[in-house]
Design a protein around this ligand. Structure first.
Ligand code: GLC
Length: 438
């Protein structure tokens, strides 16, 4: 019985090559529509920044704010694609033990940015010089200039009050001023995908896609001739909102119970924020239907399986699935150690992870169809994020998916980690803008 139901789930989560090609074509169309200002689930947000030259230099502050952990870097860019991280600091925006949560609807944005500015003050040397600041802010922003970015709406279950519709660069600058840090001057607000692209392109000129496979999922690309400027410009597609992919009944359940039903449909199938929850919903359904016997009431608690534990389950090669057993016991009180049930958990986790990778890869192929349909040039896809870096098998699934779609021509495409790309990219953006001002 369990065997049969697993086969059914596998079928629902499998993305065959033909289906990836259809998704790629639909994604390409959505890009074209979004860029032309027609209705599209892709926002195609301009960044007002192009490809770096690799010669950008200077000492700058980079803020990387994209999830519940914020990172601040003091970076010395030395040109020729080189940089040093002089200092770094990272801190959570919510901490149960310390009794704070800056992501909650009960907290005003001013408090959130004061908290970030206070942490910046801790890392910037007390010298009387201007420190250009680049801010990676990984949420959808309507951009009017490189340093003018208005938050359209929170994603990734953030709810802080009074930030939507506001100018993010200004909010941070005002908080810095309140902390007596006016010599730290905001120059650029960019998306993390843009940061990832810039950081990789600083060293590798073939980079023209930047993507995050982490807590969230999104991609940007270098549009060779942007309609606003007729110049090359990085475009943040907010591809997590792409909506031309069929949902399973589990996706529908997850979406309906989420903060913003209907929004971010691709992200809800691909990103780390949600993969654990998809697995939980499937397992809880199997238990309700009597296919699984183990587990207690915690199995009905939303988000009771963090995506990192999917990685733990996938990495388990022990004959008795010791790591899977330990996750299942600690999260859901599954202590029966029924090996068939534990194996089912691991198998379900692997279906969900594989689908995530194949969907993401299909959208990148959609971008390549737009910028180089015959694949005449080499293209590097710069990736950052915990799924890509840490989930067993994930990077391999991506490369295989690209091979499945392009065949021999896939050798024109590289997919490479752009580690800490979103932070370094913010530094590059800040230096570019500050130096251009002379
Ligand atoms: C969410 C955000 C997007 C960001 C992505 C990855 O999708 O809306 O701006 O790039 O997460 O962090």
């Amino acid at each position: 019985m369990l065997h049969r139901v697993l086969a059914e789930i596998e079928q629902q989560f499998t993305v065959p090559t033909g289906c990836m090609k259809t998704i790629a074509a639909a994604f390409h169309n959505a890009m074209v529509d979004g860029l032309a200002g027609r209705a599209s689930s892709l926002k195609m947000l301009p960044s007002f920044i192009g490809r770096p030259t690799g010669q950008e230099q200077g000492k700058v502050v980079a803020v990387d704010f994209g999830g519940t952990n914020v990172r601040i870097l003091l970076v010395a860019l030395t040109g020729q694609g080189q940089f040093n991280i002089v200092a770094r600091r990272s801190f959570p925006l919510k901490d149960k033990a310390k009794n704070y949560d800056y992501t909650s609807a009960a907290v005003e944005g001013k408090k959130l940015f004061d908290f970030i500015a206070g942490n910046i003050a801790e890392i910037v040397p007390n010298e009387d010089i201007i420190y250009p600041l680049g801010h990676t802010f990984s949420f959808p922003c309507r951009q009017f200039g490189v340093n003018q970015a208005q938050l359209i709406s929170w994603t990734k279950e953030f709810k802080t009050a009074g930030v939507e519709g506001q100018d993010i660069g200004q909010l941070l600058q005002m908080a810095l001023d309140r902390k007596g840090q006016s010599r730290v001057v905001s120059q650029a607000v960019i998306n993390d995908t843009t940061g990832t692209l810039l950081a990789a392109a600083y060293r590798d000129m073939t980079t023209d896609i930047g993507t995050i496979c982490g807590t969230g999922h999104n991609s940007c690309y270098l549009e060779p001739c942007h309609p606003l400027t007729s110049q090359p410009m990085v475009v943040n597609m907010e591809s997590g909102n792409f909506d031309k992919i069929a949902q399973t009944k589990y996706d529908v359940l997850l979406d309906a119970a989420s903060e913003k039903p209907g929004a971010q449909r691709l992200e809800k199938m691909v990103s780390g924020q949600y993969l654990g929850e998809i697995v939980r919903i499937i397992i809880s359904d199997l238990r309700d239907c009597g296919y699984l016997t183990l587990g207690d009431e915690r199995l009905s608690v939303p988000y009771s399986l963090p995506t990192e534990e999917i990685s733990v389950m996938l990495a388990d090669t022990t004959p008795n699935l010791a790591a899977v057993a330990s996750v299942a016991a600690s999260r859901w009180g599954m202590v029966g150690r029924d090996i068939a049930e534990l194996a089912a958990l691991q198998t379900i986790a692997s279906f969900v992870a594989l689908r995530s990778a194949r969907l993401a890869a299909a959208t990148w192929v959609g971008v390549l169809l737009k910028i180089d349909p015959e694949l005449d040039r080499c293209h590097n896809i710069a990736v950052d994020g915990s799924l890509y870096e840490k989930m067993p098998g994930y990077a391999g699934h991506l490369s295989r998916a690209i091979k499945d779609m392009f065949g021999a021509k896939a050798s024109q495409v590289t997919v490479r980690l752009s580690k800490d790309g979103s932070g370094i990219g913010a530094a590059i953006a800040a230096a570019t803008v500050y130096n251009a001002k002379g």
